[in-house]
Design a binder for this molecule. Structure first.
Ligand code: ANZ
Length: 815
């Protein structure tokens, strides 16, 4: 008997699928469409890793399942090719990023081809293809024309190692998420995208989406909407007002000092001569700390008196203004009113610098506003608060706001934690920002017909130290003419961040070769929103948020038909090394999928193993034995089918048992796939195989087993696509199993199961036959019914003109 040899079987089918375009998604097909999207890989020098394989294998199972259920499935793939890692890889290997990308993509493609995913490769692209980034640039210009892309001088995060500015989202725990180096602050003129204008929409839009609450909450917290008030405090001997943001304006009678951030524009202005030396020194110290360090609750609060005083608009009290780094410049107005009787940080600060504390609840002691009063404003009574004394906080809050409004010193204000998206990068390997500076016309968009602004190939592309991209040194790139007046002008030399190309890539799959538009509107309409987006949890506040923003903007521009890009999102878990730690090259514990294939186990075993490890959304260590286990299982499948194919048994009858086993498997596997419970679906397939093995000892009647072995193969098909296709062909099928239909539930024949049948005469119920075996024939039921006394009575020997029979349910005599 032949042996199961995965490499042979797999390469045979991989070639055939590609040639036959088995997984081609068809534009405008009559079938309902289904888009299975996964995050496209960054083509790094390391190739596909196990995390990729998990993500793409899980998505592939679902895509195949949907295809067999009659959907026009689009499972696309491309390459997110621009960005820092490739540039750094190229520098290290002394090649150009263009060359590095080509090499890496070829390598990835080989791996992809050997894994047998049901991807429609006709739609693929790289974000670094000029034919693609032409449209990234074009979309940027739509932002520019709508006033949502602007150049601003701002304090930004700067990675001194990568020599580029960064977005807030790219800074994790004070470090650059790509290279893990500490981030500095730097003032630079930068392009920013006004994502803050979409803050409310990005929160509201989540309501209609099928996102796990963990993902939705992370986005909501990141946006950080906070409704409060802004209040202007007069500053003694100064014209300027000190504007603060508070969510606790009802504590205003308890304000005993003010705090402004060291970077606040008023800091230098209001500091008195006597305090100047101390303040300057403090500002310098603060500049070395990250926002994170400054906000750490446990850290001892530090600060310095400015020498200036503010006036409380309600009590007219004279209150000292301090400079302290626990107040951040990047939030609210960069200044606060401090209420040490109700705020912990303010309390610690007051204790340290011996400042007054006023308690404004009737309890006359420290009560935490955020934790206690805010959730139960009706349970606390005001005190030391003038005319508002003895009201509850709930009553007083709107009244105090009204008073502040009447005095024209305060108003309702909404603040967001999210910042505008810093969009300039001072690195080479990205999309050039398509703007031209003309002396007469200022920053001017490149004309549509002149797009793309092609990134010139450079030998020397390493980043510079002067805060400008290396492109600024390339005269042939920089010098151009103004699109309006044709006078000599200069190009913008900053490039876009890595997140630009991935903010709209899914739309390009609908029409990846279009050179007239980013996609044909009719195709955009046909495909609509992504039905299911599987990806990494780490992208929740980066790519996933950015692309929702771009999509909402495109919707506002009437360029896409749906308000949101992704109808449904799930996050898959991370694969750890076998010892439970993160896989990393430095630790030498990285498992390479190609090695597993090279050992001869095959892609089917690898896919099965990785889907069987744990529920799809759980972080789980890799287990090397699992591939061996999966291989053994598939080998047993193979041997069973070979034995069947060689059998010439025509007598034995296992049909009842086969029916029972397979009908249960259909039910369970179908439900599990729908619930994304792939590991239990696989467990069921293994169990079913064991049952089939037991049964085969009673014979392998070729007439009976053909049907059930076909059904079993269909259930196995999404998980082990190569082997199931091979055996399907062996069973005599011409067309691909992956284009066949998913098994419908078949009725379980259980010899012990009983049923009842209603007996009607001319449509009226006359008797009920109980305790009958399942699936009795018409003749058998008729005979039983005619013996029933009630039926006899009502029939009264009349001639039976017609008989209506519904199996297991009704028999009706028409007389
Ligand atoms: C007075 C007060 C009294 C406050 C009280 C709280 C409790 P959320 O909810 O996160 O928006 N705040 C405002 N701007 C700040 C900044 N730039 N740096 C640090 N802290 C800042 O928090 C709003 C509260 O955070 C504001 O309300 C302000 O302190 C502080 F019993 O004002 B509160």
């Amino acid at each position: 008997m032949t042996r199961y040899k995965p490499p042979e079987i797999e390469s045979k089918w991989q070639k055939k699928w590609l040639k036959d375009k088995t997984y081609q998604a068809k534009d405008f097909d009559q079938k309902p469409k289904f888009i299975m999207l996964t995050e496209f890989p960054y083509p790094s020098g390391d190739g596909l890793h196990m995390g990729h394989v998990r993500e793409y294998a899980l998505a592939d199972i679902f895509a195949r399942y949907k295809r067999m259920n009659g959907y026009n499935v689009l499972y696309p793939m491309g390459y997110d090719a621009f960005g820092l890692p490739t540039e750094n890889f190229a520098i290290k290997n002394k090649i150009t990023p263009q060359k590095a990308t080509e090499q890496n993509v070829n390598n990835f493609q080989k791996q992809f081809d050997s894994l047998g995913f049901s991807i429609d490769w006709d739609r693929t692209f790289k974000t670094s293809d000029p034919s693609y980034y032409k449209w990234t640039q074009w979309i940027f210009l739509q932002f520019l024309k709508a006033g949502l892309a602007v150049k601003e001088e701002t304090l930004i995060n700067w990675c001194p190692f990568c020599k580029t500015g960064l977005a807030n989202e790219e800074v994790v725990n004070g470090r650059h998420e790509r290279c893990d180096n500490l981030v500095e602050k730097k003032v630079l003129k930068q392009w920013v995208l006004k994502i803050t204008k979409y803050a409310d929409r990005l929160i509201d839009g989540l309501k209609d989406l099928d996102f796990p609450s963990k993902i939705a909450d992370q986005q909501i917290n990141w946006i950080g909407k906070s409704v409060g008030a802004s209040i202007d405090f007069e500053i003694e001997n100064h014209k300027e007002k000190l504007k603060i943001f508070t969510t606790a304006h009802d504590t205003i009678y308890g304000v005993t000092f003010m705090v402004i951030a060291p970077e606040h524009p008023l800091t230098k202005k209001i500091t008195t001569k006597e305090q100047k030396a101390k303040v300057d020194n403090y500002i310098k110290q603060a500049s070395f700390k990250s926002d994170l360090e400054r906000q750490e609750e446990s850290k001892e609060k530090t600060g310095v008196f400015s020498g200036a005083f503010a006036i409380n608009p309600l009590t007219k009290a004279r209150i000292p203004i301090y400079i302290a780094d626990y107040v951040l410049m990047g939030y609210g107005t960069g200044a606060i009113m401090a209420v040490p009787g109700q705020d912990e940080r303010d309390y610690d600060f007051a204790k340290k610098y011996d400042l007054d504390i006023v308690y404004t609840t009737s309890l006359n002691k420290f009560v935490n506003y955020q934790k206690e009063i805010k959730p139960h404003p009706d349970k606390f009574f005001m005190a030391n608060s003038g005319e508002f004394d003895s009201m509850t906080y709930k009553e007083a809050k709107p009244k105090i706001l009204k008073k502040l409004e009447e005095l024209k010193v305060g108003k309702t204000e909404v603040q967001y934690r999210i910042r505008d998206w810093i969009f300039s990068r001072q690195r080479y390997w990205g999309e050039p920002i398509p703007v031209i500076y003309c002396e007469d016309h200022g920053p001017t968009p490149v004309r549509d017909e002149d797009l793309p602004v092609v990134l010139p190939e450079l030998k020397d592309y390493e980043p510079t130290d002067d805060g400008r991209s290396v492109l600024s040194k390339v005269e042939s790139f920089v010098n151009t003419t103004c699109p309006i007046c044709s006078k000599p002008a200069k190009r913008e030399t900053d490039t876009m961040p890595n997140w630009a190309g991935s903010s709209w890539y899914y739309l390009r799959y609908f029409d990846s070769k279009n050179d007239k538009a980013f996609a044909d509107p009719k195709k955009l309409k046909y495909w609509g929103a992504v039905d299911f987006y599987l990806g990494g949890m780490e992208h929740t506040t980066l790519h996933l948020l950015y692309s929702r923003f771009w999509h909402q903007f495109l919707y506002d521009q009437k360029l896409v038909p749906t308000m949101e890009p992704y109808a449904s999102r799930r996050g898959q878990g991370i694969i750890l090394a076998a010892d439970g730690t993160k896989m990393s090259k430095s630790k030498g514990n990285v498992v390479n999928p190609t090695d597993i294939l090279d050992q001869g186990y095959g892609a089917d075993s690898l896919r099965l193993a990785i889907s069987f490890l744990a529920p799809y959304d759980q972080t789980t260590p890799w287990s090397p034995e699992s591939v061996v286990g999966s291989y053994r299982f598939l080998d047993r499948v193979y041997r069973l089918y070979m034995e069947y194919l060689n059998s010439n048994d025509k007598k034995s009858d296992n049909s009842k048992d086969l029916n029972r086993i397979i009908s249960r498997a259909i039910k369970k596997v179908t439900k599990d796939i729908q619930d994304l419970s792939f590991n239990t679906a696989i467990a069921q397939l293994m169990e079913t195989l064991n049952e089939l093995y037991k049964l085969k000892n009673n014979g392998l009647n070729t007439k009976i087993w053909q049907k059930y072995l076909s059904l079993y193969l269909k259930l196995l098909a999404p998980f082990a696509p190569h082997l199931s296709e091979e055996l399907w062909e062996n069973l005599g099928n011409k067309d691909s199993i992956h284009l066949s239909t998913w098994p419908e539930e078949i009725k379980e024949i259980d010899s012990n199961e009983k049923t009842k049948i209603v007996v009607q005469i001319n449509g009226k119920m006359r008797a009920l036959l109980t305790d009958l075996s399942l699936d009795l024939s018409e003749q058998a039921v008729k005979e039983l019914a005619l013996k029933d006394p009630k039926v006899k009575e009502h029939l009264n020997d009349q001639e039976i003109k017609k008989l209506v029979f519904v199996k297991n349910r009704i028999i009706n005599f028409v007389v």
